[in-house]
Design a protein around this ligand. Sequence first.
Ligand code: ZN
Length: 133
Amino acid sequence: MRKIEHIGIAVKSLNESNLLFEKLFGKPPYKQEVVESEGVKTSFFMNGPNKIELLEATNLESPIAKFIEKKGEGIHHIAFDVEDIYKEINRLKDEGFVVLNEIPKKGADNKLVAFLHPKGTNGVLIELCQEIA
Ligand code: ZN
């Protein structure tokens, strides 16, 4: 696992939060994207070397809708950049982590992604992501 690739924040309204984070960072998101399979609409901000992903649910079954219902808005996941996501999934499985999707899926921002169950990681949802070449 390499550097933190981004931090994901669950929000109720992407439009409102885009304006808020635009004020915070002094610039607009560089990208907005819907990931239909995940039931999310996302936007991405770069601030220096750091990337922030905002996530809004597109339907009530979305993991983001469920997260906000349970915990409210806030930090939803931390994503780590990995060189070889398949290798990393196998390594973490061997270490006893519960991988939510053992077959990486296409996430936002041109990434292959997999998630670790937060029950095994002190309550923090961990995303592994590998840039699609
Ligand atoms: Zn993410």
